[in-house]
Design a protein around this ligand. Structure first.
Ligand code: OAD
Length: 270
């Protein structure tokens, strides 16, 4: 009794790896859902884990339209900090393994809740080093919560690349070159709707996928958390990669308890 012996733990991980690899090797249609955990080993803090708080505030207090209306300077200060963190981070072995999968395996769609752009950068990196004539766009993810490196006008909705933001004063915040409206980060905030076209593509792919690979998400934020449910409802299987148990774990066909950057290269070397 007591703590599990290490060889038992290793044995269950290698058994899960074997079962996960078998499911993926047979699958013609794969959908991948990722969350903050896939970027943890790149140094991007997760939302609900250690480092998720900024100046003692939870993301739910800052990532809302109400917070931006009340104090746009404070919200921009937080996003300027997050942008600066992401700018120093690079894709890790998990992003690279997923990009290789999507470039090699025609019917794979990566759906991400992350706004850090690291899947996109991994696709560019892998495609640039590939000897095959495949464009990186096949491995670009569907970013269901937007992208932190883009701005969107809160007036006219125009999207533009985001630059450095001076958030010392409300008067220094970035403004739209077209209508003069206040710019905001092009991300989905709590209480806002996701783009219906983007969502429809994610759920259509999930419903027809034979395998949904779910990596590094706490599976508590809907509607993204329903993506694997669509695969299960369509008769497909769910493979989960997460060091911790989540609300999805009980329904996953295979649970790989480990870090994404360690588990995914082993899982995806098909
Ligand atoms: P969370 O911070 O809620 O969950 C991160 C998950 O990653 C947890 O389940 C961790 O156990 C797991 N994790 C931590 N380190 C890991 C590692 N090295 N490898 C694999 N997994 C690891 O982040 P999300 O699930 O992405 O929404 O959060 C979902 C959404 O809620 C976010 O997109 C954001 C957030 O508030 C919006 O901004 C709209």
């Amino acid at each position: 009794m007591g703590a599990p012996r290490l060889d038992r733990v290793d044995e269950s991980l290698s058994d899960a790896l074997r079962r996960g690899r078998a499911l993926l090797a047979q699958a013609e249609r794969i959908v991948v859902l990722t969350g903050a955990g896939v970027s943890a080993e790149s140094g991007v803090p997760t939302f609900r884990g250690p480092g998720g708080l900024w100046k003692s505030r939870r993301p739910e207090e800052l990532a809302t339209p109400e917070a931006f209306a009340r104090d746009p300077r404070l919200v921009w200060e937080w996003y300027a900090w997050r942008r600066s963190v992401v700018a120093t981070c690079a894709p890790n072995a998990a992003h690279l393994a997923l990009a290789r999968l999507a470039l090699r395996h025609r019917d794979t769609l990566i759906v991400t809740q992350n706004v850090d752009g690291l899947h996109h950068r991994a696709a560019d990196d892998v495609a640039a080093r590939s000897t095959e004539p495949v464009g990186p766009d096949r491995a670009y993810p569907l970013e269901v919560h937007g992208a932190i490196h883009r701005d969107r006008c809160s007036g006219c909705g125009r999207r533009t690349p985001g630059g450095p933001v001076d958030a010392t004063d409300e008067a220094t915040l970035p403004r739209c070159g077209t209508c003069g409206g206040l710019l905001r980060p092009d991300v989905v905030w709590f209480g806002e709707s996701l783009d219906p076209d983007v969502l429809a593509r994610a759920f259509e792919a999930a419903a027809r996928a034979e395998v949904c690979l779910v990596v590094g998400t706490s599976s508590v934020v809907y509607p993204a958390a329903a993506v694997p449910e669509a695969t299960l409802a369509g008769g497909g299987a769910v493979v989960e990669v997460n060091p911790d148990v989540t609300p999805l774990s009980a329904r996953a066909n295979v649970s790989l308890r480990g870090k994404a950057a360690e588990v995914l290269p082993a899982l995806l070397s098909l």
